[in-house]
Design a protein. Structure first.
Length: 391
């Protein structure tokens, strides 16, 4: 089976890695991954080929989209991407088209998605089974009276199924989308997409880093990095105030998209106990090796915390409700502690970090973390069954 998987990230890196993890689970099939955000340094499995559309990303304001190729305007970039996407679809003629996040989000990319989906539905292009691939929680909308009917209209018109990458035991889509009863296509919860660290990765990394058993490793991360500077700076100011500072090591991953100005400012804190870099492809191993994680609360980060089992303090992004809902649900289960803005003062944060280093996490046994495998299984079982022409 050949699958085209369209994934557009514009702010962080969570969409990239969730899509890639699902693609990895589709082993034995040919996956054509179509991306349109800044390049992320991540290895591709042998069965996955990536096509990169001209890049569109947000500026520092999440609502401002910009084309990063200075030789093309945003409108020119739109036209080139639209044609490229159509050409890829025609050349590959897939059995399945997976579209990540749309039509629930990425409405700014309707210029390239709607014409493709309309042509597939009208049979102007080769037929395929079209699936919307969606995370657990939607951000709030100020125009919900316009937003939800638009989503329903496009979902029922263009798509054959909706896969929600969550476990309803923790959170249901209808908590952030009010018209579930108007969805006419099959809806399936796959469980959370949650990669696991390799066996022995934690102890192996500690040995490689020269961190002794009696010493403490604290790992700090801020997702893509655009909104992470306040958290990183707060930890850097709190770290020297730890009563056990002399036996602690601090590794910080700012995120690939932290501004150069912010990165240079925090990088000045580097010393023999503080290591700062933008990104690592081995992040799960660092979490498996860590005694404490301090992070933001994106989907992928939270799943990494669960599979690694590390004690965690999480500061949710406050621009919208998504990270806060997820982090607080997990906090109720005792698997992490939520940091409020008022907790980021040096003395308070140092106290919370030191306390967390002596605590154990709760159990996550009832949360389904096999979303990638379940997605692959669902597609193999249903992609043909539900392929019903639409009027």
């Amino acid at each position: 089976m050949k699958i085209i998987y369209y994934s557009q990230h514009i702010w962080g890196v969570g969409h990239v890695f969730r899509t890639l993890e699902i693609s990895k689970a589709l082993t034995g099939h040919e996956v054509v991954l179509v991306t349109g955000g800044d390049r992320v340094d991540a290895p591709m499995p042998d069965h996955v080929r990536e096509f990169r559309l001209p890049v569109i990303m947000t500026d520092r304001n999440p609502k401002d989209l910009v084309a990063t190729d200075n030789e093309m305007s945003l409108e020119q970039t739109h036209q080139k991407r639209k044609q490229m996407l159509r050409d890829i679809y025609v050349d590959e003629s897939p059995d399945v088209l997976m579209v990540e996040f749309y039509p629930f989000g990425r409405n700014a990319f309707r210029f390239e998605l709607d014409p493709l989906l309309e042509s597939i539905r009208n049979r102007e292009l080769p037929e395929s089974f079209v699936v919307s691939s969606l995370r657990d929680i939607l951000v709030e909308k100020v125009d919900i009276h316009l937003y939800e009917p638009r989503v329903i209209r496009k979902l029922n018109r263009f798509f054959d199924a909706l896969l929600v990458h969550a476990d309803p035991v923790l959170v249901k889509l209808d908590e952030t989308f009010g018209r579930m009863d108007e969805i006419d296509i099959p809806v399936a919860y796959t469980g959370f997409v949650a990669p696991r660290p390799e066996a022995g990765a934690g102890p192996g990394l500690r040995k490689m880093l020269g961190i002794k058993d009696a010493e403490k490793l604290i790992v700090v991360s801020s997702g893509g990095g655009k909104a992470g500077a306040p958290l990183v700076e707060a930890v850097l100011k709190a770290f020297p105030r730890l009563g056990i500072y002399d036996c602690c090591h601090l590794y910080i991953f700012t995120g690939p998209y932290m501004s150069e100005e912010d990165f240079e400012r925090v990088y000045r804190y580097s010393d023999k106990r503080i290591k700062i870099s933008r990104f690592t492809t081995d992040f799960l191993s660092y979490l498996a090796a860590a005694d404490l994680s301090v992070s933001m609360g994106g989907y992928n980060t939270c799943m990494n915390l669960l599979t690694s089992g590390v004690t965690a303090l999480v500061w949710p992004f406050s621009y919208d409700r998504e990270q806060g809902i997820r982090a607080r649900r997990l906090a109720r289960r005792g698997v992490l502690r939520v940091l409020e803005d008022t907790d980021l003062g040096p003395e308070k944060l140092a106290d919370l970090m030191e306390k967390a280093l002596t605590e154990k996490n709760g159990s996550v046994a009832r949360i389904d973390l096999e979303g990638a495998a379940h997605t692959a299984d669902w597609l193999m079982k249903h992609a043909v069954k539900f392929k019903v022409p639409k009027i």
